[in-house]
Design a protein around this ligand. Structure first.
Ligand code: SAM
Length: 281
């Protein structure tokens, strides 16, 4: 499945891409946004944490590598060190297009969708991470799971769900996507896709330490931006968006977009995309 990058036109327009300008694409994926930056003569440092995607990206963009495009299989929490190591700074723009891509949902085999019931309940973006989602659900105490759900999900009525996870795992470990889906189906009365998406999102945040990485990524991005450079962040849920806003206030950034730019796409996950653009003061 080809992946049309989210808010592409808006991203390109706000980045004000210049020939020879330096841009960090902190969430490279398969380079949907970067492709357009490269086509306009910009140079890109692309960061992608998922090893499989990184390998695919290297093949896809072979012709650009080490000329206009530098790719790193790293966590964007290390953005500052990476840019400095590669002497790729100060930069004209940094883009974070958060979360995961359709490519990962469709092809990773790591359980990123609640619809892939036969896949393992893994949810690691990078497979060097020690604990996957199933590990937490099988080994963490009930109280720890309550805390996880309270902190990382927007689900309010999670206690019966956690209680059932803890009851069932005594008989059979939770291993597959379908194991968790069946618990949700039993315990949550008003089922909508939203509840599954929120639970998967919360587990992904936990497994990949997404909010902590985002904080570090934003701190690093601020340090490598030129005075007039632009920081663009696309978030997909309110926990991310709140963190980004808080960061911008605490770091006295200029909000170039008074209200976030939203996607008019009809596709479910793109519908929740919000783009915010900042500059340094
Ligand atoms: C929404 S997708 C980006 C898609 C990309 N803009 C495109 O057009 O192909 C987010 C990407 O960020 C990657 N990612 C998530 N967390 C990351 C992190 N902490 N460091 C680096 N990459 C990360 C994911 O693996 C995924 O490929």
């Amino acid at each position: 499945m080809s992946h049309q990058p989210v808010l592409l036109k808006e991203v390109i327009s706000y980045l004000q891409v210049k020939k020879g300008g330096l841009y960090v694409d902190a969430t490279f994926g398969l380079g949907g946004h970067s492709k357009a930056i490269l086509a306009m003569g910009g140079k890109v440092l692309g960061i992608e944490w998922d090893e499989d995607l990184y390998k695919k990206a290297r093949i896809k963009y072979q012709g650009f590598l080490e000329k206009n495009l530098f790719l790193a299989n790293k966590n964007f929490a290390q953005i500052e060190t990476l840019a400095k190591e590669k002497n790729f700074y100060p930069v004209d723009g940094v883009l974070f297009d958060l979360g995961i891509s359709m490519e990962q949902i469709e092809k990773s085999g790591r359980g990123f969708s609640f619809k892939k019931v036969d896949e393992p309940l893994d949810l690691r973006i990078n497979t060097k991470i020690k604990m996957n989602a199933a590990y937490y659900l099988n080994y963490w105490s009930k109280e720890e799971l309550y805390q996880i759900f309270a902190k990382n999900t927007e689900v309010t009525n999670f206690k019966p769900l956690v209680d059932e996870i803890v009851r069932r795992r005594k008989f059979k470990p939770i291993e597959k996507v379908g194991d968790l889906v069946s618990i949700i189906n039993d315990k949550i009365k008003q089922k909508s896709e939203k509840i599954y998406r929120q639970i998967w999102q919360g587990l992904r945040i936990l497994v990949n330490d997404e909010l902590e990485n985002l904080k570090k990524g934003l701190e690093g991005a601020k340090k490598i931006l030129k005075q007039e450079g632009r920081l663009l962040v696309i978030t997909f849920h309110s926990l991310e968006d709140r963190l980004v806003k808080k960061f911008a206030f605490e770091n006295d950034l200029n909000f170039l977009t008074k209200k976030p730019i939203i996607s008019l796409s009809k596709k479910t996950f793109e519908r929740s995309a919000k783009l915010r653009v900042f500059t340094l003061k």
